[in-house]
Ligand binder design. Structure first.
Ligand code: APR
Length: 316
């Protein structure tokens, strides 16, 4: 049977994700939903009209949903649901400032996903993503492997892009990695960064690497400060779409994602940015690799920071 993916939230992040997913031409249907009357249907019509030019057959369906689950029939049978509903940051805001308002939105969305697409894999991108992922799992009551969040693919791409620009090399020659939270306790992992197989530390002095680490951690804020309204969506949607693709293709790709950690790195009982193997069931397994002592300490610190906040979301 043809594959179906839903994107909840037809704002900048959601509509770009839907477009990327449709252009892969691997789904039968991409459903785009929002609470704004007509917006998802209008965007879907517009995207469908691009099919003859871009040459893809995937049909995009737009659906407006109501506060009591009206319209959610459209998501029935989805293999994957990407949750982008919620407010973005404004300049000067941290992702954590969105916690309360987005928790209400994500809880309501997650409850409807559980009702209308009970077998879906859920990929959360709404911010603060580590907390919203934990909340989506709570509200859906789905197994933890079937709910995960997008952060590491994006943060890694930002790190990779900065390294490539700094060294004036093609992005494809760079391998980089970020773990931890999608926020202040993000853990860019220089020890896992190479350029054409050479360790980054052979190519750049420590203070320059640290500069790139700091820029990666502030990558989202840097875009927000320039845009002034709204936050990044081109690189974020590329990341979320790749993750959804890995699920429907059951690819087994190892990607840095916000996954439930249960003993890996000596950390348990928290959603945290780690590398994981992705497949049809969501997270196949968390993949543990070597970190330096400093990086491991950073990851543990991130775990404790998000653990405290994730406990709070149960009451939001
Ligand atoms: N169900 C569906 N859609 C909703 C709901 C809901 N309950 N509540 C709000 N939305 C929709 C809004 O109507 C809006 O169209 O979510 C969309 C959000 O779009 P934008 O404001 O353009 O924000 P965007 O840039 O897409 O970011 C969405 O992703 O990166 C994160 O921090 C970002 O939390 C934010 C989310």
């Amino acid at each position: 049977m043809g594959k179906k993916v839903t994107v909840v939230g037809a704002g900048f992040y959601g509509s770009t994700t839907a477009q990327r997913l449709a252009e892969y031409d691997i789904f039968e249907t991409v459903v785009l939903t929002d609470i704004i009357d007509g917006k998802p249907a209008g965007l879907a019509l517009d995207m469908n009209q691009s099919r003859p030019i871009e040459g893809f057959e995937t049909k995009i369906v737009g659906a407006t949903t109501g506060p009591n689950g009206e319209g959610y029939e459209a998501i029935e049978g989805s293999d994957v649901v990407v949750v982008t509903a919620g407010l973005p940051r404004k300049p000067g805001m941290s992702r954590m400032d969105l916690l309360e308002v987005n928790a209400k939105i994500v809880r309501q969305v997650a409850e409807n996903i559980a009702k209308y697409a009970p077998n879906a894999v859920v990929i959360v991108v709404s911010n603060p993503v580590d907390e919203m992922t934990a909340l989506a799992q709570l509200a859906t009551q789905f197994p933890k492997n079937r709910v995960f969040g997008q952060a590491g693919v994006l943060d890694t791409a930002r790190f990779t892009n900065s390294i490539a620009e700094t060294l004036a090399v093609p992005v494809k020659s760079v391998k980089a990695l970020t773990l931890g939270s999608h926020g202040d306790t993000m853990v860019p992992v220089p020890s896992r960064c190479t350029v054409d197989g050479k360790p980054l530390s052979d190519l750049l002095p420590a203070d320059k690497i640290e500069e790139l680490v700091v820029r990666t951690r502030n990558g989202g804020a840097e875009v927000v400060a320039l845009l002034k309204t709204g936050s990044a969506y081109y690189a974020p949607s590329a990341a979320a779409a790749r993750m959804a693709k890995a699920v429907v293709e059951d690819s087994g790709a190892v990607l840095p994602v916000c996954a439930w950690v249960d003993g890996e790195y000596g950390i348990s009982g928290v959603y945290l940015g780690v590398e994981a193997q992705i497949g049809a069931e969501g997270i196949k397994k968390v993949v543990e690799d070597k970190l330096t002592d400093t990086e491991l300490a950073g990851l543990k610190e991130a775990a404790e920071a998000v653990r405290a906040k994730q406990a709070d979301v149960a009451n939001l």
